[in-house]
Design a protein around this ligand. Structure first.
Ligand SMILES: C[S@@+](CC[C@H](N)C(=O)[O-])C[C@H]1O[C@@H](n2cnc3c(N)ncnc32)[C@H](O)[C@@H]1O
Length: 284
C-alpha cells in the first residue's frame, strides 16, 4: 500500500499522530473513538518494516512509543497525586488518549487542556464528541507551539488558566521534528509560562544522538525516515548537554530519564526501542 504524506514543517508531523493514535489503541491505552482510518492504514503499512527490524534484533517503533508514553503518564500521575499539579496543557496532543484518560481518572481534581494545530484540534473535538468522551474539565484548543503571541499562542491560553494551581506542560512526539533553535524557542516559551504558576512541570520525550547509534538503530532510522518523510533532528550528544540546555532555557531543574521498556499487547518487550528515547522531567 502506498501512503502519501505531506513533507514540510508542522504539517509533515500530523500523519504520525494518526499512527501513534492507533498504536495507543492497539496496545490497550486508548478508545476506539480515537482511531482513524489513516492511523489504521499506516500501522498496517509499517508492520513489515517493524517486523524486519525486530527480525535482525533491532528496535521497533511501538517499543519506543509505548516506553515514552507510559513514562510520561507515570510522571504526570505522580505530579497530580502529590498535589503539585492541578492543571495540564498537553501541546501537540494529536489523537493521544491522555487527556480523556486523565480527565476520567482524576475528575474534578484536574483541568486538562489538549492543544494542537487548528485542523487537528478540530478533528480531536469531533472524535471526542462523536464517541461521547467529553467531560466538563477536559477541553481541546487550537494552539501553535511556535507562536510567540496572538490567539494561537501558549501565552494567550495561559491567561485562561487558574493562576493558583500548579501547571504541567506536556509535549510528546514533537521536539525531534524541529531544529535546535526552534525547539529551544519552545522550551523558553514553556518555562516563561510555567513560572507564573505556583508549581511548574514540563514532561516530554526526547531522542539524543548518543542513544541513536549502531547498525540496528540505522535500520530503525530508515524505518522512522520512511514514516515521517521529513528530517528528524537529534539536538544533543548527551544527557548532560540536554539538561544544561533546559536550564539555560529557564527551567530551575532538569532531568532526562531512561524510560522502562513496556510489554506490548502480545507480551513482547522491546528493550532496544525503549533505549532510543529519554523522558524530560523539568521544573521551574
Ligand atoms: C507525532 S504527533 C504526536 C501526537 C501525540 N502527542 C501522540 O504522541 O500520539 C505530532 C503532533 O504535533 C502536532 N503539531 C505539529 N506542529 C505543531 C505546532 N507547531 N504546534 C502544535 N502542535 C503541532 C501535529 O498536529 C501532531 O498532532
Amino acid at each position: 500500500m502506498k501512503i502519501s504524506l505531506p513533507v514540510r514543517g508542522s504539517d509533515a508531523i500530523s500523519p504520525t499522530a494518526h499512527y501513534t493514535g492507533y498504536v495507543w489503541y492497539r496496545h490497550g491505552l486508548s478508545h476506539p473513538g480515537l482511531v482513524t482510518p489513516q492511523g489504521r492504514a499506516l500501522y498496517h503499512a509499517l508492520r513489515p518494516l517493524n517486523a524486519s527490524s525486530r527480525g535482525i534484533g533491532g528496535p521497533t517503533l511501538e517499543g519506543f512509543l509505548l516506553a515514552r508514553h507510559r513514562a510520561i503518564d507515570a510522571l504526570l500521575g505522580h505530579a497530580i497525586d502529590s498535589g503539585a499539579v492541578g492543571q495540564v496543557v498537553e501541546i501537540a496532543a494529536g489523537l493521544s488518549p491522555r487527556g480523556w484518560d486523565f480527565a476520567r481518572r482524576y475528575g474534578t481534581r484536574i483541568q486538562y487542556v489538549e492543544a494542537d494545530l487548528p485542523h487537528m484540534a478540530q478533528r480531536k473535538r469531533e472524535r471526542l464528541a462523536a464517541a461521547g468522551l467529553e467531560t466538563p474539565r477536559h477541553r481541546v484548543v487550537a494552539l501553535d507551539a511556535l507562536a510567540d503571541g496572538g490567539a494561537l499562542s501558549l501565552a494567550t491560553l495561559a491567561q485562561s488558566l487558574d493562576p493558583k494551581q500548579g501547571l504541567a506542560i506536556i509535549t510528546e512526539g514533537l521536539l525531534n521534528y524541529f531544529d535546535t533553535d526552534t525547539m529551544l524557542g519552545m522550551w523558553q516559551r514553556f518555562a516563561t509560562v510555567l513560572k507564573r504558576f505556583p508549581a511548574g512541570a514540563y514532561f516530554s520525550d526526547l531522542h539524543l544522538a548518543s542513544d541513536n547509534r549502531g547498525a540496528s538503530t540505522r535500520t530503525f532510522g530508515k524505518l522512522l525516515g520512511s514514516f515521517v518523510r521529513g528530517r528528524v533532528y537529534l539536538h544533543f550528544g548527551s544527557v548532560a548537554e540536554a539538561e544544561a540546555a533546559l536550564i539555560r532555557s529557564g527551567f530551575a531543574t532538569a532531568q532526562l530519564i531512561a524510560p522502562q521498556p513496556q510489554a506490548m499487547s502480545g507480551g513482547a518487550i522491546d528493550r532496544k526501542g525503549a533505549a532510543l528515547v529519554r523522558v524530560i522531567k523539568a521544573g521551574t
